[in-house]
Write a protein that binds this ligand. Structure first.
Ligand code: KG4
Ligand code: ZN
Length: 353
């Protein structure tokens, strides 16, 4: 058996409700990859931070063991330990960071602290080596909605972000209003397929045709108003005893509104930067309707990059990939590194529209 190219990187992700570990070889090939989704949160309709931390603690050893076994390597063969340092739930993050520090210290290996959203930027490149900057990136997850221009790895210009709820959070909240399970995104998408187009009209918050570059609303997002509009519609349909029969059509209308806003702002970024390569990252990038809309709007001259759900939802492989990038730049964490719930996005600068 030939030995895998070095350095071997272990990536550990515990920022929210997935305990995930991956081993990447020196060619960024995934040798082992385990994602364990916590189901303790389903009955609460959302992630309970205390339960998430406890579940990570219970499972992290066995998830690491399974990933190493799949890769066919021992822990002592790992050269670099990459771990999500933030942003995320502090108790959950601390489990991953403390576990990593202890293992790396015992073996005398470096630790690289990874920013969760930078890791999402690297997800698609693990399946498609062409998913490299320059690109416009729309990062849409349960906690963040970021529109940025990546000129090169590590050089990012922030164009827009959400002022309130994240895109994934909006899907989750709407699912809850409609009585669909958590996490809501995939359920709303599935439900919308049997919805009747155009039965309900919902607003496109912060999207108006008279916005111009330079205006603060041009690239930013807002989803809480859309959620409130769904809540009002649901209340009215409930009063009329029609929610059951209209549920799918409400899912359809919500998804269309969210996708329209996300795709429209992304196309503004494409126009302004002159860059028609677009990367879609984060859990909401699993949404087929969003992908199809961006694909259609980009047309034949544009390129759309996204990962399969295994690498677009939270996972350890993207963390290992981002860790390698930072390690190659010499960004090894100091011994007193700790988790940071609101970690700054490295290399991200703000640009006014
Ligand atoms: O990136 P991710 O796995 O975790 C965070 O970093 O937050 O994203 C999770 C989010 C959840 O809000 C989930 O509902 C959403 O991604 N999501 C989707 C779909 N699959 C997952 N949203 C819309 N459509 C989907 N198919
Ligand atoms: Zn994520």
């Amino acid at each position: 058996m030939s030995t895998p190219p070095r350095p071997l990187v272990l990536g550990i992700e515990t920022s929210c409700d997935e305990t995930s570990v991956a081993v990447l070889d020196g060619h960024d090939r995934i040798l082992g990859h385990v994602v364990l989704s916590q189901d303790v949160h389903e009955v609460f309709g959302g992630v309970v931070p205390e339960l998430a931390a406890r579940a990570h603690l219970q499972k992290i050893d066995s998830v690491v063991e399974r990933a190493l076994a799949e890769a066919g390597v021992g822990l002592d063969q790992i050269d670099v330990f990459g771990v999500t340092q933030g942003p995320g739930l502090i108790g959950a993050l601390l489990v991953g960071v403390c576990w990593t520090k202890a293992a790396a210290f015992a073996l005398g290996r470096p630790v690289v602290g990874v920013h969760h959203m930078e890791a999402h930027l690297f997800g698609p490149s693990l399946e498609d080596p062409g998913a490299e900057p320059p690109f416009v990136a729309l990062l849409v997850s349960g906690g963040h909605t970021l529109l940025l221009h990546a000129e090169a790895w590590g050089h990012y210009t922030l164009l827009g972000e959400t002022r309130d709820d994240a895109a994934g959070e909006a899907f989750d909240k709407v699912a809850k209003l409609l009585g669909l399970p958590y996490p809501g995104g995939p359920h709303v998408e599935r439900d919308a397929r049997s919805g009747l187009p155009g039965r309900h009209r919902l607003p496109r918050p912060m999207l108006r045709s008279n916005q111009r570059p330079g205006h603060k609303d041009y690239y930013d997002f807002s989803f809480s108003g859309l959620k409130t509009a769904v809540a009002e519609l649901v209340r009215r349909l409930e009063d009329e005893g029609r929610l059951e029969e209209e549920r799918s059509s409400v899912s359809w209308a919500f998804q269309e509104a969210a996708v329209d806003v996300l795709a429209s702002k992304t196309m503004r970024a494409v126009e302004a930067t002159g860059c028609s390569r677009v990367l879609l990252g984060g859990g909401v990038s699993a949404n087929g309707r969003l992908r199809a809309e961006l694909h259609a709007r980009l047309g034949a001259t544009g390129r759309l990059f996204h990962a399969t759900p295994r690498l677009s939802l939270d996972n350890g492989a993207m963390v290992a990939r981002a860790a390698r990038f930072r390690y190659d730049l010499g960004r090894v964490a100091p011994p007193d590194v700790t988790a940071a719930a609101d970690l700054r996005f490295p290399g991200l600068t703000r640009r006014s529209a």
